[in-house]
Write a protein that binds this ligand. Structure first.
Ligand code: AMP
Length: 269
């Protein structure tokens, strides 16, 4: 990839992914295409961001289909490193972004954001992008990476991209294939609950506990859904808001359907 980059001058937009591409990924690619003369997509299921009991082994993969989609989307380069190339024997260096990594997903998935920050920095070093595109779907990941870029003075612009949803509101995710037909039919409850909270917020509700409770009660109506957490937090620090909402906040949640954890969020204010 280093050699390719040396031979290709111009703005490069990088879209880091774990593959099994869907329209959410392709929206990032289209945005990168609009804003850069070159677009590269990386596909790497990064072992260091998975916990020992997580789905690294069974994470869905389909390299051939991904490459066909990316060819059709007109990307200039696809970076497909192997785990052994990324983490050769003796590997021992990791990036830790502190406070913003510790809450929410960081609390439930110890080491997850250390793996994410490390691999994203390695991808940046391998590709020297001008801009890098990340989905708002992974809201905490986005904030962790914005912090890393700022703190380490990385010469790349992080471009946040809106969540792409199925027609019924379910946020697209490679992991949606894990859902049974019954679970898939129930899953739009996440977005419906978030939208109702937005309506209440737009109507003037500023009590954080009441908004969290509204979301909780709507999701509790769905028997297949098991709430992992519902968070209403400061939009930047992700510190939980107690009492009255004053600035912009992130309303985020994780709900389990069987073994599958679904994430969703909206920004308010
Ligand atoms: P992943 O392959 O799941 O690691 O995702 C790669 C990138 O695509 C990340 O920046 C995600 O936030 C983004 N992404 C995944 N799903 C969506 C979606 N439904 N809408 C927008 N971006 C997404």
């Amino acid at each position: 990839m280093h050699g390719w980059r040396r031979e290709h001058a111009g703005d490069l937009g990088l879209v880091p992914t774990m593959g099994y591409l869907h329209d959410g990924h392709l929206a990032l690619v289209r945005r990168a295409r609009e804003e850069n003369s070159l677009v590269a997509v990386s596909i790497f299921v990064n072992p260091t961001q998975f916990g020992p009991n997580e789905d690294f082994e069974r994470y869905p993969r389909d390299e051939e289909r991904d490459l066909a989609l990316l060819r059709e989307a007109g990307v200039d380069a696809v970076y497909l490193p192997s785990p052994a190339a990324m983490y050769p024997p003796g590997y021992q260096t990791y990036v830790t972004v502190e406070d913003v990594s510790q809450r929410l997903e960081g609390e439930r998935r110890p080491g997850h954001f250390r793996g994410v920050a490390t691999i994203v920095l390695k991808l940046f070093n391998a590709t020297s992008p001008t801009r890098a595109y990340f989905g708002r779907k992974d809201a905490q990941q986005l904030r962790v990476l914005q912090r890393m870029v700022q703190d380490l003075d990385l010469p790349v612009e992080i471009v946040p991209c809106d969540i792409v949803r199925e027609a019924d509101g379910l946020a697209m995710s490679s992991r949606n294939v894990y859902l049974s037909p019954e679970q898939r039919a129930a899953a739009p409850v996440l977005y419906r609950a978030l939208q109702q909270a937005r309506a209440r917020f737009d109507g003037g509700e500023r009590d954080a506990a009441k908004l969290r409770e509204l979301v909780r009660s709507l999701i509790a109506l769905e028997p297949l859904a098991e709430i992992d957490y519902i968070s209403l937090a400061d939009d930047r620090s992700l510190e939980e808001v107690e009492g009255i909402i004053e600035g912009p906040v992130l309303l985020s949640l994780v709900v389990r359907f069987g073994q599958t954890r679904l994430l969703d969020n909206i920004e308010l204010g």
